[in-house]
Design a protein around this ligand. Structure first.
Ligand code: DNO
Length: 407
């Protein structure tokens, strides 16, 4: 059986409609109640209403099923007080538990979350022009460092970068117009779609200051505390958790990052050995580090994978990267897919209910007609459709070739 093909939908205001998604061939919807303030309870009513909207087409009389299922929540964000281990965290944890219980009641099987402090996924350029005229998201290290050193003016930051990088950042910064500087700041801290929150520069400095005394060890202990409270509720509610890796998988602004490597993932699954305490393997996020062996990670931690983001990135020696097309770049997508299909085969043999792993093509290029439209960066319809079509072709080819049955 193939993977469950899903698509991230940003809700009723997404320029990509549910009907579009259906035509793209996806059957699962990945979405969130983006209007609920971070930390507040997701009520059973709000979840039920959104689920009905996704799954049932009321535009005709009588209504009819759309052929879509709300299969994954991405994400229920974790309140900063929990991440920082503040005394108030228990109140926020109670609310998170309540949300998970409600998700269980309405029957959505997977909840994604992340443990990135202050900033969610981060890019410097949302419109990098590729050779063929397509646009891609990119993370340019010298530009990032230029922001950190010369716009944010973070104390002690220059000590964290090599002289070469500081020099490149300086040259880049001096060549930028004030408009370009403004866009760079906005891209980095104003929040990307589905991300945490956006900030202006003063607010951002305050948020960074909150982490002055939180190193990786402390930050990991805070994650442990959170999971000790949440996993039992997830188990009771039948909701499988999927932690999303850090994107990019390195420390930014001197902040702790603890979901960047296989060792980090291993630590998390070992905290509570249960499929309910699982992973979202984002090949694009983890793949930015050459030391992350993606097919091996899926091989070794496969039974804990509750959700897959499939995409690829292309690195350069400076640590910059841009989003490559789904079958190119540094990610060995063929062997990733072989590992995923082997895992599904194991699940089948073990009679697991979650045999079909939900996957979505992540971060497409902006191409064709979408270049003229307003789109969510990385989430324009045609680029994602291209990515999904390539991935489903790869999957079918591997399945039919019998390669997964030979070992
Ligand atoms: C970006 C996404 C992230 C992801 C969250 C998960 O495209 O992969 O925003 O949804 O980090 O909590």
């Amino acid at each position: 059986m193939g993977m469950e093909q899903t698509w991230r939908w940003y809700g009723p205001s997404d320029p990509v409609t549910l009907a579009d998604i259906r035509q793209a061939g996806a059957t699962g919807i990945v979405t969130a109640l983006h209007d609920v303030p971070i930390g507040e309870v997701w009520t059973e009513k709000a979840l039920t209403d959104r689920k009905r909207h996704i799954e049932w087409d009321d535009s005709t009389k009588p209504g009819k099923p759309r052929g879509l299922t709300w299969s994954v929540i991405e994400s229920i964000p974790v309140h900063e007080d929990i991440k920082q281990g503040k005394p108030t965290r228990d109140e926020w944890i109670e609310k998170y538990k309540e949300s998970i219980r409600n998700v269980g009641k309405v029957g959505i099987p997977v909840v994604t979350y992340n443990w990135m402090p202050v900033v969610d996924w981060t890019r410097t350029n949302l419109q990098m022009e590729l050779e063929d005229g397509a646009r891609a998201l990119s993370f340019n290290f010298p530009e990032f460092v230029a922001f950190d050193l010369f716009m944010l003016e973070r104390e002690g930051a220059e000590k964290e970068y090599s002289d070469e990088l500081v020099q490149a950042a300086k040259i880049r910064f001096e060549s930028m117009s004030s408009e370009e500087r403004y866009v760079l700041q906005k891209n980095i801290i104003a929040g990307l779609p589905g991300g945490q929150e956006g900030y202006d520069i003063d607010e951002f400095r305050k948020r960074l200051a909150d982490y002055k005394h939180i190193d990786s060890n402390k930050y990991r202990v805070n994650l442990k505390y959170f999971l000790e409270a949440i996993v039992p509720v997830a188990i009771e509610s039948g909701v499988r958790l999927a932690i999303h890796p850090d994107d990019p998988p390195i420390s930014l602004f001197g902040l702790p990052r603890v979901v960047s490597t296989e060792k980090d993932l291993q630590y998390i699954v070992n905290l509570h050995d249960s499929i309910y305490n699982g992973l979202c393997i984002c090949t694009g996020s983890l793949g930015v580090r050459p030391d992350n062996d993606l097919p091996g990670i899926i091989e070794r931690l496969g039974d804990k994978v509750n959700f897959l983001h499939l995409r690829s990135t292309q690195r350069d020696p400076f640590g910059s990267f841009h989003e490559a097309s789904h079958l190119r770049g540094d990610v060995d997508m063929y062997n990733v897919m072989v590992s995923v299909l082997k895992e599904q085969k194991r699940r089948h043999a073990a009679n697991r209910q979650d045999e079909q792993i939900p996957m979505r093509a992540d971060h497409g290029h902006t191409i064709l007609d979408d270049l003229k439209k307003k789109t969510n960066p990385g989430y324009s319809a045609i680029g994602l459709l291209r990515g999904m079509a390539e991935l489903r072709g790869l999957e079918l080819g591997i399945e039919k070739s019998g390669v997964i049955y030979r070992t």
